[in-house]
Design a protein around this ligand. Sequence first.
Ligand code: OFO
Length: 169
Amino acid sequence: MNDRMALAINKQINEELYSAYLYHAIRAYFDNLGFDGFSSWMDAQTKEEVFHAEKFFSYMAERGGKVKLYAIKEPDCEWNSPLEAFSAALEHEKHITKCINDLVDIAVEEKDYATRNLLNWYIDEQVEEEDNVGKVVNKLRLIKEDGRGLLMLDRELAVRTFTPDPSTE
Ligand code: OFO
């Protein structure tokens, strides 16, 4: 792997770990509000982000790339409502989609076809990520501040767990 591609993947490992950090912060926000289901959903999301980082991490080892871990920036930790917190998550996922697309551009420019191939998994994953968060945002928009609706959605989101698909490791 050439230096440009390795640098770009190292930056993406940092983005993925920041994603985990952000979702951990949102989880803490929901813990403080007493929404166990929203909290558990964010916990699953945090684990998924660590998996995204580790998938790049293992790939670097396979390709002889040198991993460099950069400092993770501090995420926000206050939101004014569940809708605001999930909207922040959606905006973040859109940012990650752009990061993955930029990585694809670099892989193509550098003729790094193995990395280009790996990135297909992340492209598909981002479709799912934006869809998952977007659906919750839409429901929260409908619910607005209705307490009963929030409690029902909290219960619905409690069932989510994260189990990595062994075929993708
Ligand atoms: Fe949420 O997809 Fe990775 O960062």
